[in-house]
Write a protein that binds this ligand. Sequence first.
Ligand code: AHR
Length: 315
Amino acid sequence: MKLLNTFLSRLVISLVALTALQLEAKTLTVGFAQTGAESAWRAANTASMKNEAAKRGINLKFSDGQGKQENQIRAVRSFITQGVDFIVIAPIVETGWEPVLREAKRAKIPVLVTDRTVQVSDESLYVCFIGSDFYAEGKMAAEWLAAKVNGKGNIVELQGTPGSAPTNERRKSFADGIAKFPGLKLIDSQSGDFRRSGGKEVMEAFLKKHGKAINVVYAHNDDMALGAIQAIEEAGLKPGKDITVLSIDGIKEALQAVVAGKLGCSVECNPLFGPKVYDTISAVLAGKTVAKKLFNVDTLFDAKNTAAIIASREY
Ligand code: AHR
């Protein structure tokens, strides 16, 4: 009897150890629904997510939404069918996510929202958000501009994708910021869809319509600002002298334009948060509580601080 008891308890211990080993060895599978490839910022964000997954031995199922929410929703449904361990979404627009998030919840697959926020009536539909504070970025841009032009000037705005969180927030905070300066006037505002070609086309149209009345271009991202700079130069004007250009992201090419004096400032929006996303996923799967919103720390680059850091810029 004693022998049988010893045998049984050893068997139980071995089984527990085996299960623990199997759990440890199980590869983590993450489905990532990316917006698309609209900008240099986006390319850096995708690279950060992919490279970090490869480093950690995570099986990353990557889907490029090609700028369409319906593609992203289809990708999330496919991740659910495949039974991934975690879903990460960088939502193109803020609304329209509730049904598919409910489907993920019913399937007991946790969802992490990254880069752009979602508007949902039930916050328990996603675990947490990781990204930048877009409202703070637009506010920093408005404050920098007011100081640069002494609170005076006609502004044209290049908006990002309509309905997206960065467009909504950067627009609102910039408008709130310049409202304190009656001499700063927003004379036109159009979407360039976060694309360089979009920024160039819209700027050409602004220049045709408003000509030399334009003193300032506020672009919701660097790619559109770089497109606008090209349009300004092609119109025979000097960016940085005839027209002050400012934008958001802090990509290397924009910082080079800051050093060249063509771009006034770029407010950083750091895209390299792959490590933070996977650390958070591991913490959640280990049963730890994580903050609902995790914001990156961003800074502003202008003529004062850019030359010193440009060589080490990663994206
Ligand atoms: O959501 C972040 C924004 O999306 C970046 O500012 C822009 O460059 C990108 O496409």
